[in-house]
Design a protein around this ligand. Structure first.
Ligand code: SF4
Length: 240
């Protein structure tokens, strides 16, 4: 397949943009629904029911012409591993569109089976939303979570990725809250000790950080960078 030329926005008339051919999509992100098997204290969702599932017609029919041409597919939720549609989409992609590089964000509790095999075969990245490494802290932030299962799923993915040489980036992320900000250095150290590639810190714009002084926040960030410097294979401290 001939690569499409890279176009500049000013070269594309509005009329063409309005009718942009679906086969020109290169990166596709599908939010498959908002259902989730945990309730994080900072989650902004208001509905976790099956009613939030994405209509099948979108990925079974409308987006189908895009898959042969696209390069990456991000499957997101809610929690993708509990969404029947996400599982079905994964089967379609691993059977018919093996060139697609997969990305996902998961709480990791059920990341095994078809998810594990699909991402070892054609995964580009997995973001495990771990949120805390201290078990008591995790229990406070990720209500109904099962941290031990998440950790064994992460450890197994690291081990299998390393054994197979799969080009799969493994990342853990945390939403920085008043309760978790002090854990940033330990969170990065945990990632380094467990062979992960990246750590992502996100901020909660609604709640912010209210119970720590600016000096304390700076102190935690300095310590976090210090841990990064001492563990070069782990990529940066990012803020989303
Ligand atoms: S894992 Fe994500 S979707 Fe589920 S409750 Fe937590 S923040 Fe919300």
């Amino acid at each position: 397949m001939q690569p499409l030329p890279i176009l500049q926005r000013e070269e594309i008339p509005d009329e063409v943009l309005r009718n942009w051919p679906i086969s020109h999509l290169r990166e596709i992100l599908i939010e498959m629904g908002k259902q989730c098997n945990v309730r994080c204290s900072m989650c902004y969702q208001t509905d976790f029911s099956p009613a939030t599932r994405t209509a099948e017609i979108i990925w079974k029919e409308r987006l189908l012409p895009a898959f042969p041409h696209a390069e990456t597919l991000t499957i997101s939720g809610g929690e993708p591993t509990i969404l029947p549609g996400a599982r079905e989409l994964l089967k379609t992609v691993t059977t018919n569109y093996r060139h697609l590089k997969l990305h996902t964000v998961t709480n990791g509790i059920l990341f095994r089976g078809i998810w594990e095999e699909a991402f070892l075969a054609q995964g580009a990245s997995i973001n495990f939303s771990l949120n805390a490494v201290n078990p008591d802290l995790y229990a406070k932030v990720v209500q109904f979570g099962r941290q031990q299962e998440v950790i064994s799923n992460i450890e197994r993915m690291v081990e299998r990725r390393n054994a197979t040489g799969a080009a799969l980036k493994l990342r853990i992320s945390s939403v920085i809250l008043d309760e978790t900000i002090h854990e940033m250095p330990d969170f990065i150290q945990w990632a380094a000790d467990h062979g992960l590639d990246e750590v992502l810190f996100l901020t909660d714009f609604l709640r912010g950080i209210r119970k720590h002084s600016v000096e304390d926040v700076r102190k935690y960030i300095f310590r976090a960078y210090d841990v990064v410097d001492r563990n070069p294979p782990v990529d940066g401290v990012s803020a989303g």
